[in-house]
Write a protein that binds this ligand. Structure first.
Ligand code: FEO
Length: 396
């Protein structure tokens, strides 16, 4: 259903209540998502972003509730990933006079996805298009989160349309941040940041500084997923600044996978050691926990303690995935420690320790390994490891 979010500015997107996996199977979307497209009606009309291809009919129906799609003059593609530009083919079929407005890299990504001879107008930071009363001003935002990404600002509405930035995978009946559960909203916003934007944190900080320096008044921030920030819209900008700094918190996460329970018993004893130092921690069984929720918990932790049984002279599959994620998401976790049980070879703890070091973590204790099931002295060694890590976290 169409919502007029500001005078003559309409949300014409689609809510996807069903989706549970995103980016193929990379990202869990346990609360669904929305694909937010915005129509600005003026002397000339602009559509900012579209929706995923399966929702093209919904988008066109919403546009028709406002104007005939053939009257659209500009279709701005802030970012060409198919959740936002998938419906472009249908839109351009119904709006054949429209000019596509893209960033320089957007021309490349739109062409690469659609292979159509559409007329492009390429815009750079600072360029404007006058619609009538409103102007669209463009700000390139490369790597937030693709090279083609850009923000569109609607001058007289003081409205920032930053596409994926400041978004959340959160399907809800409310359109605005003051209409939804704040805890769920911030959980999804943080999960989005931790899983998608963390590697680009230095660019996030620079881009926020650049946009703030432009001195543009902002009354509303309307991303392309989830709710629109209407009440104190800059709160999410402040949150992004805090998240992008990745300042570690004085807490730990114990992450493990286990074949016959020995590594789990080690994890529990390590938790006892952290408890003894009064360092809050969360213990998560990697194979039994949503990968993206794990990464959200890991984001900004002061320490990660990672354990695996040894299998085939290596680590269990879920631990392999975690170690890859820690490396490629460029989390800045200051302290790491490794542990694991084994029956014959016993390589897992050492492998984990090396990988944590390669991620830039300090490893204040030697990797701890236990043969077969832990005895009382082994569990005491685990508690000792937990206490050491706890002391290191408290010293942050
Ligand atoms: Fe980068 Fe929502 O797509």
């Amino acid at each position: 259903m169409v919502s007029e979010i500001l005078p003559d500015v309409f949300w014409v997107g689609a809510v996807d209540w069903d989706i549970r996996r995103f980016h193929g199977h990379e990202l869990s979307t346990n609360r669904g998502t929305s694909y937010n497209a915005y129509l600005i009606r003026d002397r000339q009309t602009a559509l900012i972003d579209t929706v995923g291809e399966p929702f093209a009919d919904r988008l066109l129906e919403n546009i028709r509730a406002v104007i005939d799609p053939a009257r659209i003059d500009f279709v701005v593609v802030n970012h060409a990933e198919p959740d936002h530009a998938g419906a472009l083919g249908e839109v351009m079929r119904h709006a054949p006079q429209a000019t596509l407005v893209v960033s320089p890299r957007g021309a490349e990504s739109v062409s690469g996805h659609h292979h159509q001879p559409w007329p492009f107008r390429t815009v750079r930071t600072g360029e404007r298009i006058a619609l009538g009363r409103s102007e669209l001003a463009f700000i390139e935002a490369p790597m937030l989160h693709w090279p083609d990404s850009m923000f569109t600002y609607v001058t007289d509405r003081k409205l920032l349309l930053p596409n994926d930035a400041f978004g959340q995978h959160y399907a809800t009946d409310g359109r605005f941040n003051d209409q939804v559960d704040r805890h769920a909203l911030y959980h999804e916003a943080l999960k989005y940041y931790a899983n998608i934007l963390t590697p680009f944190s230095p660019l996030v900080l620079r881009k926020i500084q650049e946009v703030l320096a432009l001195g543009l008044p902002v009354d509303m921030i309307a991303p392309s997923h989830g709710i629109i920030w209407r009440e104190d819209p800059l709160q999410i900008v402040r949150a992004y600044q805090e998240w992008a700094e990745q300042k570690p918190e004085r807490r730990a996460v114990v992450l493990y996978d286990t074949m016959w329970g020995a590594t789990r018993r080690m994890a529990e004893a390590i938790g006892d050691g952290l408890n003894a130092e009064r360092v809050p921690f969360q213990a998560l069984h990697l194979a039994a926990t949503d990968r993206n929720e794990v990464l959200t918990e890991v984001f900004r932790a002061g320490a990660v303690v990672v354990g695996s049984s040894t299998i085939n002279q290596g680590v269990l599959g879920s631990v392999t995935v975690l170690l890859e994620d820690l490396a490629h998401l460029k989390f800045r976790i200051p302290i790491g420690a490794a542990f694991g049980s084994y029956g014959w070879g016993g390589e897992s703890a050492r492998i984990i320790q090396e990988r944590l070091k390669a991620c830039g973590m300090e490893t204040p204790v030697e990797p701890l390994r236990v043969k077969w099931q832990p005895r009382a002295k082994d569990l005491e060694a685990c508690r000792e490891l937990g206490r050491h890590v706890g002391m290191a976290v408290k010293a942050l």
